[in-house]
Design a protein around this ligand. Structure first.
Ligand SMILES: [Zn+2]
Ligand SMILES: [Zn+2]
Length: 328
């Protein structure tokens, strides 16, 4: 597979980060990502099979939905984050979803209750922690039970929104004032009360990072964000506070009417994908746009399909739709 060892950062605008960690996103072929997205089971095996592969990243359009609001209080047992889940940094979207203001209360146990058997983070866990800015940190899987950063495309800050308008990170946050790509900076909290520290290279950062993606040094057990699977945590080493998982509300999110035009950054995986001809690539479009194949076909109508009508129906610009379907 890919043997390149570490990390070349592709965006010159992030010069601050360039000194420390350079991330070469989109460094796999379509096949690499498709195969990687399907992996499951043994953590070490997944890491071996994805060695050197970085997530798919696509720069998105800038939008604005208001300010970050986080209130942090404490009790004897918990640190309590009341958050609107709007990041304190610029927001971009590369899919049809945008963040909307939420009203979440997350309780972080001050004294983690370590478990005899760590609890594996499966597809059923979408939110697994929060960043210090009060924004959700997500588990590695998406709604198709595939590894999200390989199956989807993260935007340039390391996250994106889902259909309910819940913004969440799939990768160490790359925007904002703090440099979360440094391994000894705290990024956030896991729901079990254990710290999540900045991006670490498991081949260099000692002692060995375990299957939950954590380890103990200087008298402290903590997780790390990593550039490879599981990106944040593979399991909860301690007992997570359960009501944190029930914060999400079923809402229908839409994007603000005014959005900047596409920045035209790196465009999905490098290497030429399939379907450059005229036949719509529904598989790709459904991944890129987060719209089911069925919904897209319905919106398009009978072949060859009315793209303009579908664009309005789906609320996706004609350009984006055609690009995702690879019919441009
Ligand atoms: Zn996601
Ligand atoms: Zn460490």
């Amino acid at each position: 597979m890919i043997s390149r060892l570490f990390l070349f950062f592709v965006f010159t605008s992030f010069s601050l980060l360039a000194e420390t960690t350079v991330l070469n996103f989109n460094n796999g072929s379509n096949d690499d990502y498709e195969n990687a997205a399907k992996l499951s089971g043994d953590v070490r095996k997944i890491q071996k099979e994805t060695d050197g592969l970085l997530p798919r990243l696509k720069e998105g359009n800038l939008y604005d939905v208001g300010d970050n609001e986080v209130k942090i209080t404490e009790t004897d047992k918990y640190i309590i984050y009341k958050t609107n889940n709007i990041p304190d940094h610029e927001l971009y979207t590369n899919n049809p979803n945008c963040a909307i203001e939420q009203s979440y209360t997350f309780k972080i146990p001050k004294e983690p209750k370590f478990l005899e058997n760590p609890r594996t983070i499966t597809k059923s866990y979408q939110e697994i922690g929060i960043a210090l800015n009060g924004v959700v940190i997500a588990g590695p899987f998406d709604s198709e039970n595939k590894i999200a950063p390989y199956n989807r495309q993260i935007a340039q800050c390391g996250g994106h929104s889902d259909m309910q308008g819940m913004y969440h990170y799939h990768f160490a946050p790359m925007c904002g004032e703090e440099n979360f790509l440094i391994s000894d900076t705290q990024i956030g909290w896991a729901f079990d009360g254990i710290k999540i520290m900045g991006l670490a290279d498991r081949k260099k950062h000692e002692p060995e990072i375990d299957d939950c993606n954590g380890h103990e040094h200087d008298g402290d057990y903590h997780y790390h964000a990593t550039p490879d699977y599981p990106f944040f945590m593979g399991c909860f080493k301690a007992k997570p506070y359960t009501s944190n998982f029930n914060q999400k509300r079923k809402t229908n999110a839409s994007c603000p009417a005014e959005m900047s035009s596409s920045k035209g950054g790196p465009d999905g995986p490098s290497g030429d994908g399939p379907g450059k001809g005229k036949k719509p690539n529904f598989d790709n479009a459904s991944k890129v746009l987060g719209v089911s194949e069925n919904d897209m076909k319905k919106a398009l109508g009978p072949p060859p399909g009315d793209f303009e009508k579908a664009s309005k129906k789906l609320g996706i610009s004609l350009d984006d739709l055609k690009e995702a379907l690879e019919v441009k």
